[in-house]
Design a binder for this molecule. Structure first.
Ligand SMILES: [Zn+2]
Length: 313
């Protein structure tokens, strides 16, 4: 296996444990990046037919139903929307690659002149077209025909780590981006707090994932974007799961049954008896979680890295 950024083939091993399937995660020291051989031959076939059946956000009640996915996830997009908010512009068009069941686009699609999606899962694509009237292409990026149209903004969240060749993917993105356009990108961070800070052993078997061919870091992203001819404008360190979810992992060496509590503002329902105490305690949970996330961000140890970048002229 060769590093897809620098081409080096002398790689060390990061993990032999994956969430599903078998595989070895390699590590390029020069790029500070993890790499895994893709588990599929045909990306379209894999993401349309297999992927959602294997991986779900609700461990209790696995579902690949777009409606369920939308309901479960659409309220957890505050960080992304807050970053993109200042680019809202009714004169500019927006392409979202990997738009899933529309969990992000529901918050922003009316803020641009035109919003277009790409999603390999045909059920999700049909769901979006019906619910929002947004056109969704179901082919891989390089096979979509936009009839010569280019975009002011292109976003892809939790997508780049799935691509077999991120450099090629960014080159394809660049071809579709207008001269003064901007891209919004989010990827999981290899320096995830549960992995590197809390060192939760069983989390390795959760974090490393057969569908993730790349495990990026700040350094890897800087090298990759530079090589692809993009200028990173800003890098944000975003933590999705809250302090109490992370503590749960630490003490139980296992995930919570679903993603709702962990991705929400931490709140415990103490029932009716202790209203005043309950209010104070929940305030404490919110504040401590906010501080926790701030400390992680300052130390670049968050679950995700978000980038805004523009094409180099
Ligand atoms: Zn490398």
């Amino acid at each position: 296996m060769k590093c897809t950024i620098c081409g080096k083939d002398d790689l060390s091993v990061l993990s032999r444990t994956l969430r599903r399937g078998n595989g070895t995660v390699y590590y390029c020291e020069d790029c500070d990046m993890g790499l895994l051989e893709p588990c599929y031959k045909d990306a379209k076939e894999y993401y349309d037919k297999e992927y959602r059946k294997k991986f779900t956000d609700d461990l209790k009640k696995p579902s690949s139903d777009p409606e369920e996915m939308f309901k479960l996830q659409s309220m957890f997009h505050t960080d992304r929307v807050d970053i993109v908010r200042k680019y809202f512009d009714k004169k500019k068009n927006f392409l979202e690659i990997g738009c899933s069941a529309g969990q992000f686009l529901t918050h922003v699609y009316k803020k641009f002149s035109k919003y277009v999606g790409i999603e390999l899962d045909t059920n999700c694509a049909a769901f979006i077209e019906k619910k929002f009237g947004v056109k969704v292409y179901t082919d891989e990026l390089d096979k979509c025909d936009f009839k010569g149209n280019k975009f002011d903004y292109i976003a892809f969240y939790q997508v780049l780590e799935h691509t077999s060749n991120p450099l090629q993917f960014l080159a394809d993105v660049k071809k579709l981006l207008k001269k003064d356009g901007k891209i919004f990108v989010e990827v999981p961070n290899l320096y995830d707090p549960l992995l590197h800070l809390w060192k939760v052993e069983s989390y390795k078997g959760f974090y490393y994932h057969e569908a993730h061919t790349h495990y990026f870091t700040k350094k890897a992203l800087q090298k990759l974007f530079k090589a692809a001819g993009f200028k990173i404008n800003k890098m944000y360190f975003l933590q999705d799961y809250n302090l109490y979810n992370n503590l749960y992992w630490y003490f139980n060496n296992a995930p919570q049954p679903d993603c709702v509590f962990g991705l929400s503002k931490p709140h415990i329902d103490f029932q009716d008896a202790y209203e005043k105490v309950s209010r104070k305690l929940n305030k404490l949970f919110h504040e401590s979680d906010a501080k926790y996330k701030k400390i992680l961000a300052e130390n670049e140890l968050t679950s995700n890295i978000f980038i805004t970048a523009s094409g180099e002229k």
